[in-house]
Design a protein around this ligand. Structure first.
Ligand code: GLN
Length: 287
């Protein structure tokens, strides 16, 4: 029977040959998952022999990864902030870049015990709203999405992380008039909307396995902000804070759109890769 080490070496070589970044790390995660163990196990037990059904699973996982399916979607879960999230093809894979949004909110809303009302626009897996709930222990959040399948996953993630009592979902399509009627006002609005330009090239992991409606937003990728910023003033409480993600190089255009809609710029946030990744916005103070 092949050992863990032999299997890891052969998977790593196959992934490297296919041009997959982090080939060894991916191999380790997939072998560990097939063995029903934590990744640390495969580091510690290179000589462990791999039995038939685990070996079969590994072959299937290898084939899927070579088809550029992300590891998170093969193992069905992805860590984000301090929680684990179930992920499927119906939701955007949570990315470390988006943790920048959580950091920017924590910097500005420092009272962790406040009973904040949070709205997550395009909630997907629920990773942003639920991570905020894990920080603000008396807050409640609404996850809005046009995809009922995504909302189902978000609700499951709330339950998995023990946050269901403070989380609700609402099906809403911001391309339809009146989509936010009856939403009320929020202390925090957070959003990772689609922001990829229609003709932009994406990695196969993204293009093939993330839902298109979570990625693409018109020729310049800015259509979601055009739809959302005009209603943001209505959704924010008097001292409310909105934080929106965007893509590389979009910061000035997003800021200009926000200001055209009467919103007040409160700073950008930069991700760990050094990319300006999100904008903080407030409502204009009325005298
Ligand atoms: N960050 C993603 C990517 O470029 C896009 C996600 C989004 O459009 N919100 O792969």
């Amino acid at each position: 029977m092949p050992t863990v080490k032999i299997t890891l070496d052969s998977l790593t070589a196959a992934f490297e040959q296919a041009g997959i970044d982090d080939a060894r790390a991916d191999a380790r995660l997939l072998v560990a998952f097939a063995l029903n163990k934590q990744p640390v196990f495969v580091r510690m037990h290179p000589d462990c022999e791999i039995e038939g059904d685990a070996a079969e699973k590994i072959e299937t996982f290898k084939r899927r990864r070579l088809n550029r399916e992300p590891v998170s979607k093969i193992i069905g879960t992805r860590g984000f902030w301090r929680l684990d999230f179930k992920v499927t093809q119906d939701v955007l894979d949570p990315r470390p870049d988006s943790e920048t949004l959580i950091e920017e909110i924590l910097k500005r809303k420092t009272d962790k015990t406040a009973a904040l009302k949070i709205l997550d626009l395009g909630t997907g897996s629920g990773c942003l709203a639920l991570s905020l709930l894990s920080e603000y222990l008396n807050a409640s959040a609404t996850g809005a999405d046009s995809s009922e399948k995504a909302l189902q996953i978000a609700r499951e993630n709330a339950a998995i992380n023990g946050l269901a009592a403070r989380f609700k979902t609402v099906q809403a399509d911001w391309n339809k008039d009146g989509w936010s009627d009856g939403f009320g006002k929020f202390d925090i609005v957070i959003s990772n909307p689609p922001y990829v330009g229609d003709n932009e090239q994406l990695d196969p992991e993204v293009a093939l396995y993330d839902p298109k409606q979570a990625l693409f937003a018109g020729a310049d990728g800015l259509d979601a902000y055009r739809a959302l910023f005009p209603v943001l003033g209505k959704l924010l409480a008097a001292d409310g804070l909105a934080v929106f993600e965007f893509g590389k190089g979009q910061h000035e255009a997003v800021k200009a759109l926000a200001e055209q809609n009467g919103l007040v710029f409160d700073g950008f946030g930069t991700d760990l890769g050094g990319i300006v990744r999100c904008i903080a916005l407030k409502t204009a103070k009325t005298a």
